[in-house]
Design a protein around this ligand. Structure first.
Ligand code: NAP
Length: 292
C-alpha cells in the first residue's frame, strides 16, 4: 500500500499542530509535509503553486487562517487574503496537481437567529468580517472533491487559546468574566483533528459540522474549565455581551450551536460530549504545566 501524501499548512497553529501530531501517530503509511507560515505563506499565489506542484500531495489540510475575530473588523483585506484568496490559490494548485483540499470553517458563518442548532445546509449570514471571509473561503472549494469542516469554539491544552487563559487565571485564583448570552459548541482541537483524519482516510468530500456534542455558553465553558483545574467555578462571573463590546467589538452570533448532521447521516460516530473532551485537555495541560 503506497503512503498517503498529506501536506499541512498553518502547522504551527492550534488545529494544525494537533493534526500533524495525530498524523505522525497513525498506523497506516503517511508522508507528512507540514509547513508553518515561515515556510509557506498561503496568501502568496506563487509560493502555493510551487509548494503544491513540487509535492503533489493526495491531500492538503489547510489549517492556515486569519483567526483574529475582532481585529478582522478593521483589517478586512488581511482577513480575506488569508481566509478566502488563499483557499482559491490552494484549490487552483490542487486542481493542477491532482490533490484534494481539506479546509476548516466556522460557526460564525451563521447569524445565530435560527433558534435551533445549525445543520450543514442551513442558510448562512455572517455578522462580522471574520465570518464573511471564512464563508468566502468555503465558496472556493470543489464539490465532490474537497472537504469543508465547520467547527466552533476550538480549545486545547496548548497555550494561546481561551481554555489556557481560563486555566491560568483559575490556577492563580483570579476572578474573570465570561458572557452568559452567547451559546455555541465547545470543541477540543484533538477531537477535531482526529475526526479530520477519519474523514480523509474515508476519502470524504463535502461539508461537515465537526464539533463535540452538547451546547454551552462561554460562562458554562469557563466554569467547567475552572473546576477541571481544581479551582472554584464561581471565580468566573457572568457578563452580558453588551457590557463586553469595547473589548470584543466584532458582532457574534448569540446561538451558533452546530449540529453534526452530515456525520450522523454518513454513519460516522459523533464526537463525545464537550465536558469530557475539555476535561481531558485540562488534565493534559495540568500534567505539562502548560497553563501555569
Ligand atoms: N479556534 C477556533 O475557535 C475555531 C473555530 C472554528 C473554526 N476554526 C478554524 O479552524 C482553523 C484552524 O484554526 P486554529 O484555531 O488552529 O487557529 P490558529 O491557532 O490561529 O492557527 C492559524 C495558523 O495559521 C497561520 N497563518 C496565518 N496566516 C497565514 C498565512 N498567510 N500563511 C500561512 N499560515 C498562516 C497562523 O500563523 P501565525 O501564528 O504566524 O499567525 C497560525 O499558525 C481555521 O480555519 C479557523 O478559522 C477555528
Amino acid at each position: 500500500m503506497s503512503a498517503l501524501r498529506v501536506a499541512v499548512t498553518g502547522s504551527g497553529g492550534q488545529v494544525g499542530s494537533r493534526v500533524v501530531a495525530l498524523l505522525r501517530g497513525l498506523s497506516v503509511p503517511v508522508e507528512i509535509f507540514a509547513v508553518g507560515r515561515a515556510r509557506l505563506d498561503v496568501t502568496a499565489r506563487d509560493e502555493v503553486h510551487e509548494f503544491v506542484s513540487a509535492l503533489r500531495p493526495d491531500w492538503i489540510i489547510n489549517c492556515a487562517a486569519y483567526t483574529a475575530v475582532d481585529r478582522a473588523e478593521t483589517e478586512p483585506e488581511r482577513a480575506y487574503a488569508a481566509n478566502a484568496m488563499a483557499v482559491r490559490w490552494l484549490v487552483e494548485a490542487a486542481e493542477r496537481s491532482g490533490s484534494r483540499v481539506c479546509h476548516f470553517s466556522t460557526d460564525y458563518v451563521f447569524d445565530g437567529s435560527l433558534g435551533r442548532p445549525y445543520r450543514e445546509w442551513d442558510r448562512t449570514n455572517p455578522l462580522g468580517v471574520y465570518g464573511a471571509s471564512k464563508l468566502a473561503g468555503e465558496m472556493e472549494l470543489r464539490t465532490g472533491l474537497d472537504l469543508c469542516l465547520r467547527s466552533a469554539w476550538v480549545m486545547s491544552a496548548s497555550a494561546g487559546n481561551i481554555a489556557a487563559t481560563v486555566g491560568r487565571l483559575a490556577l492563580s485564583r483570579t476572578e474573570m468574566r465570561f458572557v452568559d448570552d452567547q451559546f455555541g459548541s465547545p470543541t477540543s482541537a484533538d477531537d477535531l483533528a482526529a475526526a479530520t483524519i477519519r474523514l480523509i482516510l474515508s476519502s470524504c468530500s463535502g461539508r461537515f459540522h465537526v464539533v463535540n456534542a452538547g451546547a454551552a455558553s462561554w460562562l458554562e465553558v469557563a466554569r467547567h474549565l475552572a473546576a477541571c483545574v481544581g479551582a472554584d467555578p464561581d471565580l468566573v462571573k457572568p457578563a452580558a455581551t453588551a457590557e463586553m463590546r469595547e473589548r470584543f467589538p466584532a458582532p457574534r452570533p448569540v446561538y451558533s450551536v452546530l449540529e453534526p448532521a452530515a456525520l450522523a447521516a454518513g454513519g460516522f460516530e459523533p464526537l463525545r460530549d464537550w465536558h469530557e473532551a475539555l476535561a481531558e485537555s485540562a488534565a493534559q495541560a495540568l500534567e505539562a504545566g502548560a497553563w501555569s
